[in-house]
Ligand binder design. Structure first.
Ligand SMILES: Nc1ncnc2c1ncn2[C@@H]1O[C@H](COP(=O)(O)OP(=O)(O)OP(=O)(O)O)[C@@H](O)[C@H]1O
Length: 237
């Protein structure tokens, strides 16, 4: 499938005990786009990624990828449908080499993956020369790219990145922005949660601002910056 809608979130509700973290949220993300989810701490951004990935259960609503409702599927089943997610904190396997980490991201034995896939991914995330180094010896930024490589290895349709530039230097941020732009494809949707607005402006085709589990605003970053409600609850703080 390429073009058209990739992911539809419809009437999503998530509760932790009596606290409603996501409140009747609906949004649609197209193939080919990079969507940023922004908003204040606690707005529900990571929770949305967790529900899409099958890590956190929903109380109500649908999450439809192509024609399949992902609600009720296990994390592994959702991953096999082409949904992959990178967590906020790098969680690479430090004693394994960079190459071995990417192999783990394939989701199938290396022999069953397209030949040359690992080298291709290493090149994409700029880690070819460090392929045989233990991942624990990498710098923080390189670990972030390795994790992007791990989620990229299986060639996902939906690629979700939670705060990919947290703690990175300016130069590393630039390189990450270029990498994410290079990962855009007509048969892939990329969803990025991030607080760094300069970075969001560089990578996102469209921005959804969440506040208290609901959509406060949706549009290009230039419009987001001018919206009085967004300034009040988030950007102006
Ligand atoms: N497992 C959980 N149990 C209880 N409450 C939770 C759980 N996960 C998240 N929450 C709460 O749900 C709300 C939304 O959290 P979430 O992590 O989705 O916010 P966020 O928008 O990603 O914030 P941040 O920008 O700080 O990462 C917060 O109030 C958080 O404390």
């Amino acid at each position: 499938m390429s073009g058209g809608t990739a992911l539809v979130i419809d009437g999503l509700e998530v509760e932790f005990g009596r606290f409603r973290a996501v409140d009747n949220l609906s949004l649609a993300i197209d193939y080919g786009e990079v969507r940023a989810l922004i908003g204040p701490n606690g707005a529900g951004k990571s929770t949305v990624l967790n529900v899409v990935a099958g890590v956190t259960p929903a109380k109500a609503g649908r999450i439809v990828l192509d024609d399949t409702d992902l609600i009720g599927l296990s994390e592994a089943q959702i991953a096999r449908k082409g949904v992959r997610r990178k967590f906020q904190k790098p969680s690479v396997f430090e004693v394994l080499t960079v190459r071995e980490n990417i192999e783990l991201g394939l989701g199938v034995p290396v022999a069953k993956a397209p030949s040359g896939r690992i080298d291709e991914v290493l090149a994409m995330v700029n880690l070819t020369e460090l392929a045989d180094r233990p991942a624990g010896t990498l710098a923080h930024g390189q670990k972030q790219w390795l994790e992007i490589g791990m989620v990229l290895a299986s060639d996902p349709k939906i690629l979700m990145l939670d705060e990919p530039v947290a703690g990175l230097t300016d130069e590393e941020r630039q390189r990450t922005a270029a990498l994410i732009r290079a990962l855009r494809r007509p048969d892939r949707a990329i969803v990025v949660v991030e607080h760094d607005m300069g970075f969001v402006e560089e990578i996102a085709d469209k921005v959804t601002v969440l506040h208290e589990g609901r959509t406060l605003f949706e549009g290009p970053m230039s419009r987001v910056r001018e919206d009085a409600r967004v300034i009040e609850v988030y950007l102006g703080r």
